[in-house]
Design a protein around this ligand. Structure first.
Ligand SMILES: [Fe+2]
Length: 361
C-alpha cells in the first residue's frame, strides 16, 4: 500500500506559496504511519510529497532481505525468531517475486565443470553463463599481468589498517589479518587499468550490453585475500547469493568477474557453485540436508570466473595454506546509479561489524 495524500482537485498556487512561507524555519515534515513514511518538503512556493517505502514494502519489492532487516534492527520478533522467518523465506520470495523453489535445472547437456577460453565465441560463453549462472574462462590474462596486479595489491595491503573503511579484517590466533580491500581501483592506477580492460568488459556485458562498472559505489572493485585457519569474521563466506544483503530488484542480473590473481585450489581457498541455481530459491540450510549438486572451481593465475549475482555460491575455509587472491569487478545494470550513491553499498551493513556477523555465521 502506498499512501496517497488527500487533496482538493484544484490548488491555488498563491495560497500554497503563502502557506509554505510559514514552514521555512521548520524544515521538512515527516509522518510515520504504520510502516509508511510520508515526507513533505517545501520547494520554493510549492511542496513535494514523497511516500517512502517502509521496511515491509522493501521486503516485498526484493530491495531488502530478512538478514538485511535483522542487521539494521528493523525486525522485532514477538514470537519465534530468525530461523522461523528464514524457513518462510522461500514462500515469501515466491509469492512476492515469483522466484520458484529450487528444482534441479536442465543443463542442456552442458558440463557444469567446463573451462572455456577467450577464443570461444560470445554465443558459446553466454550460453554457458545463462545455463549455469557462472562461467570459468582460462587464461584471459598473462602471468606478467597477474604479477603486476599482485604487486599493486601488496602496495594497498601495506597501507591498509583496520577500521579505515577501505578494508575488511578477520580475527585469527595471530591477531587481525587483512581479508579484503574495497574501492581498490580508486587508490591504484594499475588495478584501475585492469578493471577497465576491454577483455573484462566483453565478459561483463554478455547478458547486458549496457552494464556498467561502479568504482566508487557497491565497494567498487574489491580484492579478496583468503586467510588460512580459524577466522572470526567474513573471510570465509558461507553459501550465499550476492543480493542476499538486499537489492535484488536493482542489482540483478549483475555479473561479477573474479580475476584470479593467484589461482585457486581447495588448499588456497576456492569457489563453490550450485549450477543453475540463479533465479531459484534453495531451502534454508539446504547444504546440510539435501543432495543439491555442488561444483568446485579450481583456477590458474590469469583465469577468470564470471557469475551472476544470484547464483548460490560459497567461498569456504581453505583446507591448506590459504592465500588465494581474487579481484572482483562487477558489471551492474545502469539503473543502479538511481538507487545507490557514491560510497554506498549493501555490504555497509556488515563491514567493520566482525563481532555481530560472527554470531550470524
Ligand atoms: Fe559472493
Amino acid at each position: 500500500m502506498t499512501l496517497a495524500p488527500a487533496r482538493p482537485a484544484d490548488l491555488d498556487p498563491h495560497a500554497l506559496a503563502t502557506a509554505v512561507a510559514d514552514t521555512r524555519r521548520a524544515g521538512s515534515l515527516t509522518f510515520l504511519v504504520g510502516n509508511d513514511v510520508l515526507t513533505y518538503r517545501a520547494d520554493g512556493g510549492t511542496v513535494t510529497e514523497t511516500a517512502e517505502p517502509g521496511a515491509w514494502q522493501d521486503l516485498v519489492a526484493q530491495l531488502r532481505t530478512p538478514i538485511n532487516l535483522l542487521l539494521s534492527n528493523a525486525l522485532v520478533f514477538e514470537r519465534g525468531g530468525f530461523d522461523q522467518l528464514a524457513a518462510w523465506d522461500r514462500v515469501l520470495r515466491y509469492l512476492h517475486a515469483g522466484f520458484p523453489p529450487y528444482t534441479a535445472p536442465d543443463l542442456q547437456g552442458r558440463d557444469p565443470g567446463a573451462t572455456l577460453t577467450p577464443e570461444d565465441d560470445d554465443d558459446e560463453l553466454r550460453a554457458q553463463l545463462e545455463t549455469m549462472g557462472y562461467l570459468h574462462v582460462r587464461g584471459l590474462f598473462s602471468a606478467e599481468e597477474m604479477a603486476a596486479a599482485n604487486a599493486a595489491v601488496d602496495e594497498l595491503a601495506a597501507q591498509a589498517s583496520k577500521g579505515d573503511d577501505e578494508s575488511w579484517w578477520v580475527g585469527t590466533d595471530d591477531g587481525d589479518q587483512l581479508c579484503r580491500l574495497v574501492y581498490s581501483t580508486l587508490r591504484s592506477e594499475a588495478l584501475r587499468r585492469l578493471e577497465q580492460d576491454p577483455r573484462l568488459a566483453r565478459l561483463g556485458r554478455l547478458l547486458d550490453p549496457d552494464a556498467i562498472v561502479t568504482p566508487d559505489r557497491m565497494e567498487g572493485s574489491a580484492v579478496l585475500i583468503k586467510v588460512p585457519g580459524q577466522t572470526q569474521g567474513l573471510s570465509n563466506i558461507p553459501w550465499h547469493q550476492d543480493c542476499g544483503m538486499g537489492g535484488h530488484a536493482i542489482l540483478c542480473p549483475a555479473v561479477s568477474i573474479g580475476i584470479q590473481l593467484t589461482g585457486s585450489t581447495a588448499g588456497s581457498g576456492n569457489l563453490l557453485m550450485v549450477p543453475g541455481s540463479h533465479g531459484q530459491t534453495l531451502p534454508y540450510q539446504w547444504h546440510s540436508r539435501s543432495d543439491v549438486p555442488v561444483v568446485e572451481i579450481d583456477t590458474a593465475p590469469g583465469d577468470v570466473t564470471v557469475h551472476v549475482q544470484d547464483v548460490m555460491h560459497a567461498s569456504p575455509k581453505p583446507t591448506g595454506a590459504g592465500g588465494r587472491r581474487t579481484m572482483y569487478v562487477t558489471f551492474y545494470p545502469r539503473t543502479l546509479l538511481d538507487h545507490v550513491g557514491p560510497g554506498q553499498a549493501f555490504n555497509d551493513l556488515v563491514r567493520n561489524r566482525t563481532a555481530e556477523v560472527a554470531t550470524l555465521v
